[in-house]
Design a protein around this ligand. Structure first.
Ligand code: EPZ
Length: 421
């Protein structure tokens, strides 16, 4: 196992290039199951989660060629199998988005329930409700979702759960409805850029989707879908993480390749904290003189402040004078990073689904344990400013969602090494 060893204190400087989006690529790769024709996906980041998705497709007898260095995946699902086993699904929750395309294409499938997650309770009741509304018989048995139908029939479906819209729930429904009879109208659909990107890919395949990116989406079912080529959008959360790295280190960083329009809530919040964010065509220059002010944050579904940036924002606030209240409205229990930041000397108290962060003069380096993807990114950010050395263990969590994060940070002047534990 590997760990990251970071010597803190260096303001970051220079340019970093953002990779393709993990959360756009995963459902798009799953959507290739909807046609027997070849598909080519470009701009795919080299991450362990992408590898997991490719492994599952291969298990389903799908031909997958992954050209990692070029970020290209070629897929042909001539005759996919219909069972996604627990052994593979448990490695990555996002594989739940195989349900929609397998049911849409085969009208009969069995997909393992994803199981527990450290960021909190993550039911799929809205996914199942949506598929049932399309006319599928759905039952959960022996840890598997069994779904079958003679045909799927379009209808009106409200997809609002306890915490608002659901991203992968919307994706699953889109991928089931594209081959259904008639028109499906999704209300309270997720508006995330990753959902819009999935709709663009499906429409390239011949689907008829309107309104993606808004809360009302209409999907007119078609007989069949063709093969297509697509380049995934840049990763807005990776971009946001590097913007936070510039802010916390008092640096000056140009984040290239990101779409500023996908990051409104993030740069708005950073500006409120006193960070300068210049948005130019295709890049954002983020500058901070280290003189920041405490701000409150409430996470929301898009276009609200992303929950996947909450931990990174918390890290910035641990070394910002004053008190900030960080409230998690999407995953109320998503505070695994707090106790580990406490080991670095942060002063954070948890109150229900809020973290009360009292800024301290400085953090001091220590060994810490990564627990999940975004919590580990926040620990890396804290390590960039902590006095002395910080060791972030279990960095396989980081590698799930950040392509070569240590190399990119080194290019910005950070003293960070990847070493075997
Ligand atoms: C996606 O997960 C992302 N994952 C997550 O990113 C992200 O945190 C999340 O959306 C929210 O933005 C991928 O795209 C692969 P949800 P998803 O369904 O779709 C509740 C990362 O760090 N809910 O939108 O699984 C749920 O419990 C990952 O890259 C129900 O109650 O999230 C949560 O509280 C982590 N019933 C809220 O809705 C349902 O049927 C939002 O979850 C579905 C969800």
């Amino acid at each position: 196992m590997e760990k990251l060893v970071i010597s803190g204190g260096d303001p970051l400087h220079g340019t970093v290039y953002v990779s393709g989006s993990k959360n756009a690529a995963l459902p798009i790769i799953a959507a290739t199951l909807l046609t027997a024709e070849p598909c080519v996906i470009r701009g795919v980041p080299d991450l362990s989660d992408i590898k997991f998705m490719c492994d599952i497709l291969r298990w389903l007898s799908v031909e997958v060629k992954h050209h990692k260095r070029d970020g290209v995946i070629e897929v042909q699902a001539a005759h996919p199998l219909s069972v996604a086993p627990y052994e593979l699904v448990r490695k990555m929750r996002a594989s739940v988005c195989l349900l929609g395309p397998l049911l849409g294409r085969l009208h009969n499938c069995k997909v393992s329930l994803p199981g527990g997650c450290v960021i909190g309770d993550r039911p799929i009741d809205q996914h199942l409700k949506g598929l049932k509304r399309l006319g599928a018989e759905v039952k959960v048995q022996n840890g598997y979702v069994h779904a079958r139908c003679d045909e799927l029939v379009g209808t009106d479906i409200f997809m609002g759960g306890r915490f608002g819209s659901t991203v992968l729930g919307t994706a699953n429904l889109m991928m089931a409805a594209v081959l259904a009879q008639g028109t499906t109208r999704i209300e309270s659909a997720a508006c995330e850029p990753e959902i819009e990107d999935l709709a663009i890919f499906l429409n390239h395949m011949g689907a008829k989707i309107r309104g993606a990116g808004s809360h009302i989406m209409e999907i007119e079912g078609v007989e069949a879908l063709q093969g297509a080529e697509h380049t995934v959008i840049p990763d807005r959360i990776e971009a946001g993480t590097f913007m936070a790295a510039a802010a916390i280190s008092g640096g000056d960083v140009e984040v290239k390749g990101a779409r500023a329009e996908h990051l409104h809530a993030v740069w708005d919040k950073l500006e409120e904290a006193g960070v300068t964010v210049e948005r130019n065509n295709g890049s954002m220059r983020v500058r901070s003189n280290g003189d920041l002010k405490a701000v409150d944050v409430i996470t929301m579904p898009y276009p609200g402040f992303p929950t996947d940036m909450q931990a990174q924002m918390s890290a910035i606030m641990t070394v910002t004078p004053g008190i900030s209240v960080i409230t998690e409205k999407v995953f109320p229990g998503r505070f695994m990073h707090v106790s580990e930041m406490g080991r670095l000397g942060a002063d954070v108290a948890l109150e229900g689904s809020s973290a009360i962060v009292k800024g301290v003069d400085g953090l001091s380096g220590a060994p810490v344990m990564a627990s999940d993807l975004r919590a580990s990114a926040a620990l890396v950010l804290a390590g960039l400013v902590a006095d002395g050395e910080t060791e972030v263990n279990r960095i396989y969590h980081v590698d799930r969602g950040y392509e070569e994060i240590d190399k990119k940070l080194r290019q910005l002047g950070a003293r960070i090494e990847r070493v075997s534990e």
